[in-house]
Each structure stands twice: as structure tokens, then as C-alpha cells.
Design a protein around this ligand. Structure first.
Ligand code: BEZ
Length: 284
């Protein structure tokens, strides 16, 4: 909490310094100050700004040790969003949930991603998965950006999921989503493209981090959710490139006699080691 408050304060100071710097530069030009006077003012502003950015980077590194691990209850945060205030666990109810983060509004890759997820929304609903996006800008920015997302991706009507506002990076820091290589024009760190899948028990089932420069494949996210939902209730694991309907692997912890009863159609594959660990079964 102290760490988050410190990050929020430094973020505010940094953007204040940035605004002050721009105003100084405008005033200097208007008053006809010499270019050396304007330059020295700009230099002071840049120095303070750089210190803020460095402090933020260090704090983000410290905070990254606090990432939510698989099996942890996902933090029940409250946040402003495009549909009003959201408390995560209440928003999820008894459903599965996916929280996916974006570096910033009005950016090209994010615009394609949010559009793709909007198009796939019925697929997520079929799987009882609630969608929630987050981006490091204000609700006002999000609402304006949604119009661009819909226009670019040929979408219309209500936007099918909320976008959380995280302009102070409070959640980005808490959830370990900062991408140290990406900064906005003011030097503020941006989030990576994180994907968190949360189960109906509110525990983290999967997390994936992509850098800001690589857009995600949301068909893969749906595939992964199919696997998570199957393996949550059956003692199977899904092999490479598995798709719903394909054969699965019987998990190694099931002894042979139990495997015969639970998966009567399973097949044991002979391998040079002579070990019977490769057991496939039709979808149970
Ligand atoms: C994008 O969404 O296009 C983007 C955002 C931050 C860095 C690079 C790309």
C-alpha cells in the first residue's frame, strides 16, 4: 500500500513537472526570454523528470516481486471503469474472468486487440468468462477511444466489456504489469500486455505476459480457457496444440488400475524407456 501511494505521488509529481515545464517554455517564448534562459529552465525540468522516472522504475522493480502467483486469490481491487466503479470479486460473481492489460489508449496494437476481443465476446460468454480490460489512461480517454476501436474494427452498439482506468498505475504496479522497456511521451512507464485468467474460486489459473510491441492471439486465449475448464474437473492434461474435442493425456498421478476404471477407452503408448506414462484418452 505504501509502495502504491509512493508510486502514485511520484507519478503525479512527474506529470505536474511536465505540465509546468511546458508552461514555462510557452511563457518564456511569449516574454521573449533568451534561448539560454529557456534552455536552462528546460534543463531543470528534465532533470527532475528524469529523477521521477528513475524512482518509478526502481519502485516498479521492487513491486514486481509481489506478483500474484498461480493458485493465489486474485486481489479484490476496486477501480473506476467505463461502466462505473468495479469491485473485482463482485464483478466476477460465480463466473470465470479474464483481465487483460494495455499499455495506453489511442495506440495501434491495442486498438486491434480490444476490437478482436469485442468480436470474440460471445465465445467468452459461451464459456461463462467475464471480460475486463485495463489501460493506463482515464475513463474519459477510454470512452473516446472506444469510438475509434469500434470504427476501426467495424463494430457498433454497446461495447461488450468494461475498460478499467489506471492512469496512476496503481493496479499496474500491484499486479506486476509494468513493461520496463516502454514509456509514454512523458517518460512514464507503461504496462505490458498481461493476461490473467481467474477461476470461479477467484484464484489465478493462468497468467501470460507479452511485451507492449507484440499483440496477443485471442483464439489461443480461448483455447487455453477450454483446457483450464476441462482440467479443473477431469484428471486429464491437454497436449501440445490441443483443441476442444481432441484426445487428452491421463495425468501421471493416476495409477494404472484407477486409469482403467476412470478412462476405460484410454490407450497406453509403448516407448523405448518401457515406462507407461504416455496414456491418451478420448475427451472424458
Ligand atoms: C500499441 O498498442 O500499438 C503499442 C503501445 C505501446 C508500445 C508499442 C505499441
Amino acid at each position: 500500500m505504501v509502495l502504491q501511494q509512493t508510486v502514485a505521488t511520484i507519478t503525479k509529481v512527474s506529470s505536474l513537472i511536465d505540465r509546468l515545464g511546458s508552461r514555462w517554455a510557452r511563457n518564456s517564448r511569449a516574454r521573449g526570454h533568451s534561448s539560454s534562459q529557456s534552455l536552462s529552465r528546460r534543463w531543470v525540468v528534465n532533470c527532475i523528470h528524469l529523477r521521477c522516472s528513475r524512482s518509478l522504475a526502481i519502485l516498479h522493480l521492487l513491486a514486481s516481486g509481489k506478483m500474484v502467483n498461480l493458485g493465489d486469490v486474485f486481489p479484490n481491487f476496486s477501480a473506476d471503469s467505463t461502466v462505473g466503479s468495479i469491485k473485482l470479486h463482485t464483478f466476477l460473481g460465480d463466473s470465470w474472468g479474464i483481465l487483460f492489460s494495455h499499455p495506453a489508449d489511442y495506440t495501434p496494437v491495442c486498438t486491434t486487440e480490444l476490437g478482436r476481443v469485442a468480436k470474440l465476446a460471445p465465445e467468452f460468454t459461451k464459456r461463462d468468462v467475464k471480460l475486463l480490460a485495463i489501460s493506463c489512461d482515464s475513463v474519459e480517454d477510454h470512452l473516446g477511444w472506444i469510438k475509434d476501436i469500434q470504427a476501426y474494427n467495424s463494430l457498433s452498439g454497446d461495447f461488450p466489456y468494461p475498460i478499467i482506468a489506471d492512469q496512476n498505475r496503481d493496479l499496474a504496479v500491484t499486479l506486476g504489469m509494468i513493461d520496463p522497456d516502454e514509456k509514454n511521451a512523458a517518460g512514464m512507464p507503461l504496462t505490458c500486455r498481461a493476461v490473467f485468467v481467474i477461476g470461479p474460486d477467484k484464484k489465478l489459473k493462468l497468467s501470460i505476459l507479452y511485451p507492449a510491441t507484440t499483440g496477443r492471439n485471442f483464439d489461443e486465449i480461448l483455447r487455453v480457457i477450454d483446457s483450464l475448464q476441462l482440467t479443473a474437473v477431469k484428471k486429464v492434461a491437454t497436449p501440445a496444440d490441443w483443441k476442444k474435442g481432441d484426445h487428452c493425456m491421463v495425468v501421471p498421478s493416476i495409477p494404472a488400475d484407477e486409469a482403467k476404471k476412470v478412462f476405460p477407452e484410454h490407450k497406453v503408448h509403448e516407448v523405448p524407456s518401457g515406462k507407461h506414462y504416455l496414456r491418451t484418452t478420448p475427451l472424458p
